[in-house]
Design a protein around this ligand. Structure first.
Ligand code: ADP
Length: 480
């Protein structure tokens, strides 16, 4: 199935070596739970050694120029692009998303490597006006040191490069623990990092029990910075673990994105964007819509057109050409959605019949639309992380803003309006790190990705993304 079978690695990549252990974890395909392969189950001692090696290697990596690092990173970028078909296939096999989405993610993942290779050359210090005639004040920026990252299964490639590329460009080393469900994409990226000539110890991928390995990654004194993408609940725990050694921390956590359609919106555009923003990756992204707020005057039109489009989405194996929604990652994830669904139905929500239902066996779940949804239902407040759309009617702008902001989360928000005054008013009042206005697609490498409130800390991508991997050092020179 792969053109280059060397990309399918069943070993960890530690200090430039492929390392195996006797104790292994079995990785399965979410389509049918068939076994794809195994990965090592590392111990804390293995991770501690890797951290020490990453620390030793980082000095030389920081000492070469940003331009020299960029040259190596650009080779990694080119190799990722050249292997997009195989990387996409590996991702679909372990994660389930449709192949076209998987390949799209590989391009997205590669774009961070290209972007940060360039940004590494644009790290600027500053000079500061002297406070007396005899001093000169300035700042320099330096790599923060050894970094660690824990990444999720929903974007098995992009969440790695979004952290590793700025770290490496800045002159840091990094140890990545990919999600337990999706290690093979990460290990394929490591194979290409090796081929690109990234020196031993600079980019490391570890596998094993998440909780066990999470401890050294968040507590080892040689690690200066920890970056996490995942749920708010786990993020809170890991943030606490980082406190003992005062690590710089980036957290990209859960969301509860509202999608508001005002009465002056272009409805056809809103409908198409709604389908993209809700059902991409089967609804399993942190910026997926969790709540649709539709103005009373356009509610019926929106619902009719939205249901028609959702009714055409095909559920199936991501490797098959016509699939729009692959299997959910685990049965446990579906059980969680069912609890939210049952609560909403018990409190008066209605589920529409869409006409494209398949048998909901294994990890397959049909896309669903719930209407008559209200604020008393848990589904409005908790991240669904699946293909269930909830629709709520509203009458006026202030009312919908209050509802949209009534959440502990603040990652993405979307709204549709053609009134320029309203566009700025609403954008400024929504409590979210990212706002899609007349679009459902907001992610790219050049813009700052990140949330406010309990959706996280820090920005990834963009010119801000590298700052988290740098420290500012202030120099005060007495010239008298
Ligand atoms: P998701 O719902 O996306 O799996 P999680 O927050 O549960 O979100 O997991 C995100 C990542 O964090 C995964 O790589 C998972 O293996 C890891 N993880 C989960 N719990 C812990 C923990 N207690 N310590 C360290 N890593 C963890």
């Amino acid at each position: 199935m792969l053109n280059n079978t060397a990309l399918f690695r069943q070993a960890c990549y530690l200090n430039g070596q492929w390392v195996d252990t006797e104790l292994c974890l079995t990785i399965t395909n979410p389509v049918d739970q068939s076994v794809l392969g195994t990965v090592p189950s590392l111990t804390v001692a293995d991770v501690n050694r890797t951290i020490e090696q990453a620390h030793a290697a980082q000095t030389d990596w920081a000492a070469i120029t940003a331009k020299a690092r960029a040259k190596i990173l650009n080779r990694w970028f080119a190799l990722i692009e050249a292997n997009v078909d195989d990387l996409g296939t590996i991702m679909t096999l372990e994660q389930g998303k449709p192949l076209i989405e998987a390949k799209g993610e590989i391009h997205y993942a590669a774009s961070f490597v290209e972007w940060f290779a360039e940004e590494g050359k644009r790290v600027y210090g500053e000079t500061i006006a002297q406070t007396v005639n005899t001093n000169r004040l300035s700042t320099i920026k330096q790599p923060i040191g050894v970094c660690s990252a824990i990444t999720p299964w929903n974007f098995p490639a992009a969440m790695i490069t979004r952290k590793a590329a700025p770290a490496l460009a800045a002159g840091c080393s990094i140890i990545i623990k990919p999600a337990s469900e999706t290690p093979f994409t990460a290990l394929a990226l490591a194979e290409l990092a090796d081929q690109a000539g990234i020196p031993a110890g600079i980019f490391n991928v570890i596998t094993g029990d998440a909780r066990t390995l999470g401890a050294p990654l968040t507590q080892h004194p040689l690690i200066s910075k920890f970056s996490f993408t995942g749920s708010t609940q786990v993020g809170r725990t890991l943030y606490e673990q980082c406190a003992s050694t005062i690590k710089k921390t980036s957290l990209e956590l859960g969301g509860n994105a509202p999608f508001i359609v005002f009465d002056d919106a272009d409805i056809d555009k809103a409908v198409t964007s709604a389908v993209q923003a809700k059902f991409r990756n089967g609804g399993q992204t942190c910026v997926c819509v969790n709540r649709f707020y539709i103005h009373d005057a356009v509610y019926e039109e929106f619902l009719e057109k939205f249901a028609a489009q959702v009714g055409k989405l095909r559920v199936g194996n991501g490797l098959e050409q016509n699939t729009d929604i692959g299997p959910m990652i685990t049965r446990r994830a579906i059980d969680g959605m069912q609890v939210l669904l049952d609560d909403a139905l018990a409190k008066g929500a209605r589920q529409l019949v869409l006409g494209n239902e398949v048998a909901e066996q294994g990890n397959y779940i049909n896309p669903k639309i719930l209407v008559d949804v209200n604020d008393t239902m848990d589904i409005v407040h908790e991240e669904i992380f699946g293909p269930i759309a909830t629709l709520i009617r509203f009458q006026d702008e202030d009312e919908v803003l209050a509802q949209a902001n009534n959440t502990i989360f603040g990652l993405a928000a979307y709204f549709f309006s053609q009134d320029i005054g309203r566009v700025y008013r609403v954008a400024e009042k929504l409590e979210s790190g990212m706002i899609g206005i007349n679009t459902g697609m907001i992610s790219n490498e050049v813009a700052p990705f990140g949330g406010v409130k309990q959706s996280g800390l820090g920005k990834e991508g963009s010119r801000y993304g590298i700052e988290d991997y740098l420290t500012v050092k202030y120099l005060c020179v007495d010239i008298a």
